[in-house]
Design a protein around this ligand. Structure first.
Ligand SMILES: *Cc1c(COP(=O)(O)O)cnc(C)c1O
Length: 222
């Protein structure tokens, strides 16, 4: 796997306004440096401990994204430096992130994760659950978080139409929430959808941010 070559090829093919998050989970520092050395600086991880170790040992101009669902008791370890948390799906977690961000005198950017797949195992909110959060007074009192958009994962299937529909659903959710709660916000702009196998479809359906791992770094051995 020529990581540098692969990432440059993906960036060349992606429209310019789309952010590529290189998902480096389980991969060693030298793989991340291979991407960094061709100019890539945005990486995604989904384990707090791995992320902290990588943050401490790699260049400080890397922008780190947490792409999963952080456990509440571990948010404090990433709050000092995290750029974006993709997988937020409860008011409880938002409160924890807000508290830890405040301790660091920061505002932490978050994406609300939505359940768009048919698999029961994937995390995420429904639109009505999101509305309940967004209209609550408790949410409005959170001053150290910014909701900058939405995130979702399509079903793992060969059926391209199904994947396309699920991404379309997320785009609709984004538009509804934008109209109902964020029409005055310049920050609510991101639709994080698309992974190695489906980011082309995601881009066609309106993604602004794709999260690509194995296509850049090779298959993961857990
Ligand atoms: C692992 C992971 C990815 C990347 O998956 P690939 O199929 O390797 O591109 C993207 N998003 C999330 C939330 C992940 O956990």
């Amino acid at each position: 796997m020529d990581i540098g070559k692969e990432i440059l090829a993906i960036k060349k093919e992606l429209p310019e306004n789309i952010t590529l998050v290189a998902v480096s989970k389980t991969k060693p520092n030298e793989d991340i440096m291979a991407a960094y050395n061709v100019g890539h600086k945005i990486f995604g991880e989904n384990k707090v401990q791995d992320l902290v170790t990588k943050y401490e040992t790699l260049p400080k101009d890397i922008e780190w994204h947490f792409i999963g669902h952080p456990q509440s008791n571990k948010v404090k370890y990433i709050a000092p430096f995290i750029s974006l948390i993709h997988g937020v799906d409860s008011l409880k977690l938002l409160k924890v992130i807000n508290k830890e961000a405040a301790k660091n005198s920061r505002t932490v950017n978050c994406l609300l994760q939505f359940h768009i797949a048919t698999e029961a195992t994937k995390f995420g909110l429904s639109i009505n659950e999101a509305r309940e959060i967004l209209k609550s007074e408790a949410f409005q009192n959170l001053k150290n978080i910014d909701i900058v958009g939405v995130m979702g994962m399509a079903t793992f299937t060969e059926d391209k139409n199904q994947i396309r529909n699920e991404f379309g659903t997320l785009k609709n959710i984004f538009n509804l929430l934008k109209n109902e709660y964020f029409s005055a916000s310049k920050k609510f702009v991101e639709i994080s959808m698309g992974m190695s196998n489906d980011y082309g479809l995601a881009v066609e359906e309106g993604s602004t941010m794709v999260r690509v791992g194995s296509k850049i770094f090779g298959a993961r051995n857990y």
